[in-house]
Design a protein around this ligand. Structure first.
Ligand SMILES: NC(=O)c1ccc[n+]([C@@H]2O[C@H](COP(=O)([O-])OP(=O)(O)OC[C@H]3O[C@@H](n4cnc5c(N)ncnc54)[C@H](OP(=O)(O)O)[C@@H]3O)[C@@H](O)[C@H]2O)c1
Length: 422
């Protein structure tokens, strides 16, 4: 072994502190990472703990990215709770050995190693990672159909291990998008998961896509998904009507392009729709009609939403179904308030509405969205930036709906915020 190899070996054995960059391309054996274990499932602030983990090996189509900053997403609140899915047990059933979940589904960083078949990126490239993951040999994927509909599709950093809460994260090379150069590491890290999900919801389900002048109702409009949806609707020429629960969020939504804002606390008909033969149903219908009128007031004319951008689910879906326009679409990517939904089917079939599930995004959708960000038409809506050791805290804020508007980020290897941070 020559002296150069000896020094590389000892460098590889060393654990690099956050921000202590190894020579470009040198991959250490271990790293700092935040992970969840089954015996601490529960409150995110306790479930997420810093540990030292091995740096993962990569396959021929994978990349290893030196994570500069990570976004924080709701999926890893669910991972911390171990509900509705125990992601560790789920992966172990599929044959993966790890007894921890080192999550994180939003990353901005530097490509540090590439597999033998990778052609689209090289070591040193600055990238943003989108979280659509699928098996490269899945026959559905190989057939060229939408890979997000493939049986093997997973959410990277939630259903896969070694996500962006690791100093070195493992991803598939197709997940890499060019980091918009005008963004800081923390801005670049915070938007991709929510923004690409919102893009697919609004532009992926033809013919129900946002067109010039279309009204779109956006629930949770100051949240991660909502703040990006408002801007995507506006960029496509649509009229976004924002729903919030707090007057303080009103101006934020207007600044992000909403034509009007509705405070849901002015209504009380939320939750599952009562039986249509009951007395309570009349009161429910009165509330739903008043909410529909509030949409017209926000738009300034009697126009119903062509698209309802849904994610609260159980609590709001009956209203979403009622206010959706003739031939319109309720598109949903979550059921944050519950999964047992009620819908007045009479309105649904007579007015030929569409109820569409949607999940994350494919490569083309992530690229189209990234171009909107790169051109400045969509702002990542970075709210606050936290340190690496505040990863659990940031999830706890989200769990309690106490997080700041927009999208949060945590620094990983970046040691300072702002442009030019190394
Ligand atoms: N399937 C996918 O690909 C995908 C991708 C991204 C996110 N998601 C899921 O989507 C959901 C939202 O994510 P997010 O990042 O936007 O979270 P977020 O930043 O917490 O925003 C959610 C918003 O929902 C609103 N909300 C809370 N309770 C509500 C209720 N009872 N009725 C109506 N609105 C309510 C809140 O706004 P107000 O209190 O102001 O109304 C909150 O700001 C999560 O469950 C997440 O896991 C799914």
């Amino acid at each position: 072994m020559d002296s150069n190899n000896t020094s590389n070996t000892s460098q590889a054995e060393k654990i690099y502190e956050l921000g202590e960059k190894p020579p470009l391309g040198l991959v250490p054996e271990n790293m700092h990472a935040f992970c969840v274990r089954q015996d601490r499932f529960g409150e995110p602030k306790d479930a997420w703990q810093r540990e030292i983990l091995p740096v993962p090996n990569i396959g021929p189509q994978d990349v290893l990215v030196y994570t500069m900053a990570t976004g924080i997403n709701y999926n890893n609140v669910w991972a911390a709770l171990g509900y509705p899915v125990d992601v560790i047990a789920d992966r172990q059933k599929k044959g993966e050995p790890e007894d921890f979940h080192a999550g994180g589904s939003d990353c901005a960083g530097i490509v540090w190693a590439v597999g033998s078949e990778v052609r689209n990126v090289t070591v040193g490239d600055e990238v943003v990672v989108h979280s659509g993951w699928w098996a490269p040999d899945d026959p559905w994927v190989l057939s060229g159909k939408d890979p997000m509909l493939a049986p093997s599709a997973r959410i990277w950093g939630y259903q896969t291990n070694y996500g962006s809460y690791c100093q070195f994260t493992r991803a598939q090379s197709h997940q890499c998008q060019v980091k918009p150069p005008h963004l800081t590491w923390e801005q670049a890290a915070c938007y991709m998961l929510c923004a690409s999900t919102a893009y697919r919801m609004l532009m992926g389900w033809s013919p129900n896509i946002v067109e010039d002048g279309d009204v779109v109702l956006v629930w949770g409009a100051a949240g991660g998904l909502g703040s990006l949806a408002l801007q995507i609707v506006t960029a496509q020429g649509g009229k976004a009507v924002a729903v919030v629960s707090d007057e303080e969020k009103r101006q934020f939504c207007l600044d992000k392009g909403a034509v009007g804002v509705i405070n849901r606390n002015e209504f009380d008909h939320w939750g599952p729709m009562p039986d249509t033969t009951s007395k309570e149903w009349g009161a429910w219908m009165k509330g739903a009609r008043a909410f529909g009128k509030a949409i017209w007031d926000a738009v300034g004319e009697r126009k119903n939403p062509k698209i309802v951008f849904e994610h609260p689910g159980e609590s709001t879906l009956p209203t979403s179904g009622f206010v959706c326009d003739l031939g319109g679409m309720i598109v949903i990517c979550a059921g944050t308030t519950g999964y047992n939904v009620t819908l007045d089917l009479r309105y649904h079939w007579m007015m030929q509405k569409r109820f569409q599930g949607s999940h994350l995004a494919n490569d083309q959708q992530a690229t189209a969205l990234n171009e909107l960000v790169a051109s400045g038409k969509v702002d990542p809506c970075l709210s606050d930036t936290y340190s690496f050791d505040e990863i659990g805290h940031a999830h706890q804020l989200m769990h309690e709906n106490k997080h700041p508007y927009g999208n949060m980020a945590c620094l990983v290897n970046a040691t300072q915020t702002g442009l030019g941070a190394k």
